[in-house]
Every structure is written in C-alpha cells, then in structure tokens.
Design a protein around this ligand. Structure first.
Ligand code: GAL
Length: 715
C-alpha cells in the first residue's frame, strides 16, 4: 500500500513538474510585437545588460502591433541540474535562419550548434565571431535567448519520444527511406544557468521579426558618412611618413580614400600592447594626425586589449585584470569601471584627444590558444565563459562611449560581437579568406544584428582581385586590409581602371548607403541581408530542391533551395557577386520586375536568369520603381555643411518612393532630432514622361542637398 501511494505520489509529482514547468514561464509584453519570457532565476549579467542595450521604443511602436506568433503552450521550459531546457515548436514547412554569423550555410534547420564566441574555424558549428542566439523562421517570427553563456542548440534535430509530430521508426536494414536525421518538430536550447530570459518577436514577415530584434537592441548603427567611404589598412611597421606617402599615392592616382588603418607598429609594443605611440615610427603623433586630417583622411588604430607589462598603465590596471594572461599580457576585466577608466583613459589621452577617429579591436574572439582559458578568474566574479561571450561587446560599447561623449561618431572594426550589439559602431572581419564564404557571412550578418566586411587583402590573380573589390564595394565597409601584403587598389595593373571605377561608384552611392543605414537605425532593417527576407522570393524558389539531409521532412518541398551567393543591399538592390574563374552565374530574381543597375534594361521577373557580366561588372539588379540617389564622385565623404548635387536614378515603370536621409554626417545631433527624411517620388505619366518630386527641406534641419536631377534608367 505504502509503495503504491509512494508510486502514485511520484507519478503525480512527475506530471505536476512537467505541467508546472510549462507554466513557469512568465510572459511580459516589452513593446508591440515583442514578448519576454522568463523562467527560473535569470542571471543579471546577460547579453543585453553587458552592453546596456536600450530598446528603440519609438521604432518598435512604429513597427506596429501583431499577435503572438506561436502557441504559448507549445513553448516549454524546464529546470534541471542547474540548467534550463527550452523548447520552441516548429511546423513541418518551416525553415530557420540565424544563430549567428555562419559562413557556409544560410539554412539552419536540422543543425546542432554550440554558440560560442570564437574565430571561425571553417565549420558552421556555432563557434564564430558573433554567435548571436537569435533565429528567424520562414513562418515570420523570431526568438532570442538573452544569455551570456555557451548555448547548445538543437535547431530541429532532437526528437521527443512523445512529440506532436513524431516520425515512424524505420528499419535501417530493409527500408531505404531510413534517416539518421529524422524530422523534429522543435528547437531545443540548453542554457547552463538556473533560469533565463528570452524574447519572441512577431512578424508577420521574417523581416519584421529581424527588425524588431534589431530595434530591441537599440536599432542599427548609423555610421558617420566617412565610414561609408573607402578605407585602406597599411602594412605593419609603417611609419608616419610611409602613411603620408600612401595617402599621397591615393590622391595622385585619383583613388577615393576616407580613412587609413594603422596595423601593429604604431604602438611601442604589440601582442601584448602598450597603447602608447612608438616614438621612432611616430615621433609627433599629434602633428601627424593633424596633417592627415587636413588632407581629409582619418585614422583608425589596430589594437588588441591585452596589456603589456611594459605599458605605462600596467601597474594601475593590474588589480582589475584576470588571473590568466594572453601572451603574458594582462586581460582587463572590462565589466569593472576601474579597468575601463584606465584602459580607455589611456586611449582617450594618447589617441582620441589628438584626433584618432576609430579602432580595430583584434583578438577578442578566440582560437582557444589565442585567448584566456575557461579556468580564468576575473576580479569582478564574472566567469571566463561570460567574459568570452561578451568581451567583443564590452570593448565595442565602452570605446564607442568615448566617442559619444565627444559628440563624434566613430566606425571601426572588431573580431567579436554577440546579441545585444546591433547599435554598436563596428564591423566584423576575420583572417579566413574564402570569397564565397565571405558573401554567405554577409548574408547571415543580416540575421545576427551585426555588420560584416568581406575585406580584400591580396589575390592570386588580377581577376580575383577585381572580383573581391567588387564585393567589398557592396558591403558595410569598403576596405583593403594590406596589413601583411602591402597591396594597393592598383596593385594589379590589368584591372586598375576597373577597381578605380568600383571605388568611385562606392562614393557616388554614398547618399543611398547612408539612407539605408538610417533605415537600419530607425527601422531596424539590415542594410545587407538574405534573399529570404525579400518579398516575392519565397514564392519563386520551388525548383532545384537538393536538400538531402532531412529526407523525411516535408518542409523541403515548400522552402527554397539554400541560396548563399546573392543578397539584398538596401531597399532596392539585389547583388550577385562573381567569383574568380567564373564567367557565368545564375541569379534568382524574386517576383516582380527587375532591371539591370548599370543599364536600366529589363532583366526578368520571378525567374532564374543566367548572366555573363564580363570582368568589369558585378551583377546588380534594381526592383521595379527603384530609386537610387547618386552623389558626385568625391575623393572623401562630404563635410557636415558641404552641399552636394544628387542624381536620382529611377528604374522600371512602377511609381517609386524613396526616403532620403540627411543630417550632419558626423555628430550625434540626430539623436536630438537634427535630421530629416526627404521624400522623393518618381512616376511615369501615360506618355512616358517622368513626374518627380522631392519634399522641401525642413526648417532648422541639416540640409546637404544642392541641385537635384532625375534620370530614367529604363528607356
Ligand atoms: C590579425 C588580424 C589582421 C591583422 C593582423 C595584424 O589578428 O585579423 O587583420 O590586423 O592581426 O597582426
């Protein structure tokens, strides 16, 4: 009897605990279309608190309300063994995107990942520069797990014994349809903490979910105009006069240049660093920086954060550093204000105050031998794991604050980021160098709330060089990183003219890029993003299904072939990069008419086209009614008060509208309302004549428009 009672009590407890656990999630509406779920006792240190991310409430409100996109009952959370087990439902026909900056895949359904900040090691396994714990579904919703821990993700790969849609077990010996990866109807996430908070974002479209995620992070970064110009990183050990000569060569050859990056050699010691100028190579840093600024060229400094025992700040920062080193350099605990005051105080005094415009923060991602180990103790008490997941965020945040305090925008480079980092003014780069994979990373950056540059370093052939330069120009940072090669844009004489044309095109497109970044900031729309976020795309891609790793999974019928070599750049452009050795490629045009960017000619509508663009061109297509504002071919970004002429290019025949963003391009005055969106409209009347309008400049707002002309690209 006793045993029966005990047994019954056990069953009851078990039932209760399963039921209870599902009910333990506390739901809160954060903004229209954004909900926070809380389970257990979430840690106070998470991705959002690490950077103090503040939701862009106005943008979230403007994004509109929407119903909760999933069934709350089907979202479950359990606590066991000091860990949180999360489960989110999946439909048969859903595809998943995101889970950070992947380099080889866009489709994530079926994956098993451990999200872990690391240098990308050639496999999409969760170890990457920005392993953002955010995913988006083709069904039009998103989920973000706000944890600064290594997270195990089963993205539709773990099958419950008693799930809603459990496939039948099969006999491998006799049944050819047996699969090692049977269909799963859930995303499961193991969080190594006794509780966590997570967010659910409504659509209705996948892009709406991405927008809401970015806005929860505070909205995308708005770079200074100069950040969207051209940048060259010079060879290590360059001297002040080498740098001046480099700038002169650009000017003499008529190549645009907005900022130069100094690589190791500007500091007296590197790996670990002193954060002090090397006086033999830079005898007069302040004079040098001034000379460069007078030429219209800003400077960006490479550094890693590890403090050399020979650094002037070593003794004072030591108490606020970890017990393990990186290359014998002390690791500042950037969660401690004391460490930040000393490190950033040094950068401010020695560099920012004399006019340095930004930084490239290297080596904050990993390769385990290149970082502190997980057994490291940090004086703040944050674990090595938490520090690893957030160090890139912290260095971005606090260096950006230095500039914010000066009311001066910056735009730099970093090798690690994470969820929470969308608003930070940094672009991710790495040492990997596969052109195709760089483009896939660019696509995935749009799902991860980060920016990525497919930097050009050097190439085996002139053809490859030109192909890489063409991609770089259609990316968040148009950069050559010649730290090791010493390459110049004109290093391959056979393609010098074509490379120059691309650099000039980048400058002409600045009004477009700048407006698209403003949309990233105010509306959360990633300026570079996957085709999967484009209207009319899903409908088109029922052909060529090759996915084989999810045989039993019927969703493959309805969802696209994975496309990882073409992307959307801003509101209207579809970019299809060419890779060395290829003369031809296919391009998938979503539904609706598309036009050639260079000629305005009709290219297709909801179809797969094959193109042979020649060496000079990177294939780019414009949506029907597309409006591309083009500026002059300047050598440097315009100054705050400089007025520029605009040529508004119009494609196709549909009435078009464009929101052109304008502000001073350099300060944070836009945060106080000193900006405007000018409405440009273009349509064709019955006789084919253009009807155009630009809304008047708002009184008291910055206005950098001079003469405006219109050009119908499609005849
Ligand atoms: C690497 C970095 C390169 C370059 C180099 C200089 O870690 O990824 O872009 O800066 O350091 O030593």
């Amino acid at each position: 009897m006793n045993r029966i009672v005990k047994y019954a009590a056990c069953i009851l407890l078990l039932l209760l605990s399963t039921r209870l656990s599902a009910q333990e999630i506390q739901w809160e509406t954060v903004a229209p279309g954004v909900w926070k779920g809380t389970i257990g006792k979430p840690e106070s240190y998470n991705l959002l608190t690490a950077v103090g991310a503040k939701p862009a409430l106005e943008g979230l409100k403007a994004a509109g309300d929407a119903a909760f996109p999933l069934s709350k009952e089907e979202i479950t959370a359990k606590l066991r063994d000091g860990k949180t087990y999360l489960r989110f439902p999946l439909d048969k026909k859903e595809q998943l995107y995101g889970f950070g900056l992947n380099f080889q895949t866009v489709h994530q359904r079926g994956k098993i990942l451990q999200l872990h900040v690391d240098h990308y090691g050639g496999k999409d396994n969760g170890r990457t520069h920005a392993p953002t714990p955010f995913y988006v579904s083709s069904n039009g919703y998103g989920v973000f797990v706000n944890s600064a821990r290594y997270l195990n993700i089963y993205a539709g790969s773990a099958v419950l014994r008693e799930g809603k849609n459990v496939p039948e077990a099969k006999d491998r010996n006799t049944d050819k349809s047996w699969s090692s990866r049977p269909y799963s109807d859930g995303v499961e996430i193991l969080v190594p903490a006794e509780g966590v908070e997570f967010y659910v974002f409504a659509g209705p479209k996948p892009l709406d979910a991405v927008r809401r995620y970015n806005l929860l992070n505070g909205g995308g970064v708005l770079p200074p105009r100069w950040g969207l110009g051209f940048t060259q990183r010079v060879k290590t050990l360059f001297t002040a006069s080498d740098v001046e000569a480099e700038a002169k060569a650009f000017a003499d050859k008529g190549f645009p240049l907005d900022f130069i990056g100094l690589e190791p050699g500007w500091q007296s010691k590197a790996y670990p660093c002193t954060f002090e100028w090397d006086k033999s190579r830079y005898p007069d840093p302040s004079g040098f920086v001034k000379t460069m600024l007078n030429k219209g060229i800003r400077l960006n400094l490479w550094s890693n954060p590890y403090v050399s025992p020979q650094a002037g700040i070593y003794n004072s920062i030591k108490p606020f550093t970890a017990d393990h080193t990186v290359w014998l350099g002390a690791v500042p605990d950037l969660t401690m204000p004391q460490a930040r005051d000393i490190l950033f105080g040094q950068l401010k005094k020695s560099q920012v105050d004399i006019g340095i415009s930004g930084y490239k923060f290297d080596e904050v991602d990993g390769y385990d031998h290149y970082l502190w180990p997980d057994v490291t103790l940090f004086p703040s008490g944050h674990s090595a794991e938490q520090m690893r997941q957030t160090y890139g965020l912290l260095i971005q945040k606090y260096s950006a604050d230095m500039y914010h305090e000066r009311n001066q925008r910056t735009y730099g480079l970093v090798r690690a980021s994470n969820g929470g980092g969308t608003a930070l003014p940094y672009v991710i780069y790495n040492d990997y160098y596969n052109h195709e994979d760089f483009i896939t990373a660019l696509i995935n950056s749009g799902f991860s709330g980060v920016l990525w540059t497919p930097e050009a370093r050097a190439s085996k052939t002139a053809e490859e060089w030109l192909r890489r330069m063409q991609s770089v120009v259609f990316s968040p940072m148009a950069m050559i990183n010649a730290w090791s090669s010493g390459t110049k844009p004109w290093s391959y004489p056979e393609v010098e003219k074509q490379v120059k044309d691309m650099a000039v095109l980048r400058m002409q497109m600045m009004p477009y890029w700048y407006s698209e970044f403003a949309k990233y900031h105010f509306q959360g729309i990633p300026p570079f993003r996957a085709m999967n976020l484009e209207d009319g795309y899903q409908a088109e891609v029922k052909k060529e299904i090759k996915t084989t790793n999810l045989e039993e999974n019927p969703y493959v019928e309805a969802v696209s072939k994975e496309v990882k070599d073409q992307y959307m750049a801003g509101e209207y452009l579809l970019v299809a990069p060419m890779f060395a050795g290829k003369q031809t490629r296919t391009v998938i045009l979503p539904k609706g008419k598309w036009f050639d960017f260079y000629t305005g000619e009709y290219a297709g509508d909801g179809q797969v086209i094959t193109v042979t663009p020649g060496l000079d061109k990177i294939p780019v297509y414009v949506k029907d009614g597309g409006i591309i504002p083009m500026g002059p071919a300047l050598m440097h970004a315009p100054k705050p008060s400089e007025k520029v002429d605009l040529e508004i290019r119009y494609y196709g025949s549909k009435p078009g509208k464009y929101m052109l963003y304008d502000d001073d391009g350099e300060t944070f005055n836009y945060e106080k309302g000193a900006y405007s969106f000018r409405t440009i409209t273009v349509s064709k009347d019955a006789g084919g004549k253009l009807k155009t309008a630009v809304s008047a400049a708002e009184k008291g707002k910055p206005n950098t428009l001079n003469k405006v002309s219109f050009r119908a690209m499609t005849k």
